[in-house]
Design a protein around this ligand. Structure first.
Ligand code: F6P
Length: 366
């Protein structure tokens, strides 16, 4: 195999704090340690499909460690294997496999390898081009913390901090008004964000997708707190939480997205149900995209720097087609094929679940 001379970097899927910190680490390590040329691909795999590729210099990578978002832009609607190329007579999307176009653009740009910074959708896209001979490394990003084989993704701890600060504020107003306050976090089908933010802010009830809730249990818990002289209840609910035997609440369906379902609104549904059944006053707050924004916390800046550096170590050492992971305190790597199309949910024997239950938090099922 030929030695590396020029590499590309892209950020795909939903953004999160720390993307720029990874880009910075990749660009600086590539140039300082390996003497490589680096180019940036705009808007994730969309930029590879549309051939939007530009040089990434040391100057571009300077002063971005603390900046939220991604200087490269991103897209969560561009899987080359299933790309929307038009609409049929009834307005439905027409999809095509445009991988050949991607391969031609990679060749034209002279890219010897690609650093793909993203979540499971991006790793799935990366796997698609790996199978056609492109050399990639992956870096795990997402506020959802739901990538297989890594104990943590960068961006998660910043989102937990943001949600926790919001919950702290909700706490004071809940107490003044003696209300049941529901705060809905993101996270898709994984409850990491709700669990960590709820635990960190002292939520009374935490509802996560992995543990379907019983509405009676939640209502009785709220009434029970009132009976014990506690005049308010804080419920942290993950957007993917659902009742036992019931369904998630879907906010919208985006047909040309690799993962078309957007969740949202369960807190509002629950607020109405709880108030109807208990007579208690309820309010719902959906935190939404605020959880994805802003400057990364120190932990994520360090993790992103280590991930970016490790990605370059893998490329420099000829270890292609692997994703960097954080496993039991070590930064190591796994094949991207083992991560694509997978989700890491909260295991029911997770120690934090035992800890919050032991201190009286209701997890919705008992
Ligand atoms: O995967 C990150 C995430 O923020 C999820 O938590 C959320 O369900 C989804 O993306 C929202 O996607 P969009 O930015 O398309 O609304």
């Amino acid at each position: 195999m030929s030695a590396l001379q020029r590499i590309g970097v892209l950020t795909g899927g939903g953004d999160c704090p720390g993307l720029n910190a990874v880009i910075r680490a990749v660009v600086k390590t590539a140039i300082f340690e390996y003497g490589l040329e680096v180019v940036g691909v705009r808007d994730g795999f969309l930029g590879l499909i549309e051939n939007r590729i530009e040089p990434l210099t040391l100057q571009d990578a300077s002063n971005i460690l603390t900046r939220g978002g991604t200087i490269l832009g991103t897209s969560n609607k561009a899987n080359p294997k299933r790309f929307k190329v038009g609409e049929d007579a009834s307005g439905g999307p027409i999809f095509e496999d445009v991988t050949d176009r991607v391969l031609a653009n990679i060749e034209q740009a002279g890219l010897d390898a690609l650093v793909c910074i993203g979540g499971d959708g991006t790793m799935t896209c990366a796997q698609g081009i790996i199978e056609r001979g492109v050399r990639c490394v992956g870096v795990p990003k997402t506020i959802d913390n739901d990538l297989m084989h890594t104990d943590v993704t960068f961006g998660f701890h910043t989102a937990v901090q943001t949600a926790c600060e919001a919950l702290d504020r909700i706490h004071t107003t809940a107490s003044s008004h003696h209300r049941v306050m529901l705060v809905e976090t993101m996270g898709r089908n994984a409850g990491w964000l709700a669990l960590y933010a709820g635990a960190a802010s002292g939520a009374d009830v935490i509802l996560i997708p992995e543990i379907p809730y019983d509405l009676d249990v939640v209502c009785n818990y709220c009434l029970g707190r009132n009976g014990k002289g506690k005049s308010f209840t804080i419920i942290t609910v993950s957007e993917g939480a659902k009742p036992i035997g019931g369904e998630v609440v879907v906010d919208q369906v985006i047909p040309d997205s690799p993962d078309p379902i957007r969740l949202g609104g369960v807190s509002e549904v629950l607020a109405d149900q709880i108030s109807e059944r208990t007579g208690l006053e309820t309010r719902a707050t959906i935190l939404g995209h605020v959880q994805r924004g802003g400057s990364p916390v120190a932990y994520d800046r360090v993790l992103a720097t280590r991930f970016g550096h490790k990605a370059m170590e893998l490329l420099g050492g000829g270890e292609f087609n692997r994703m960097v992971v954080h496993e039991r305190g070590q930064i190591t790597s796994v094949p991207i094929s083992e991560v694509a199309d997978q989700q890491r949910l909260v295991p029911l024997d997770h120690p934090l679940l035992a800890a919050v239950r032991a201190i009286g938090v209701c997890m919705g099922n008992r």
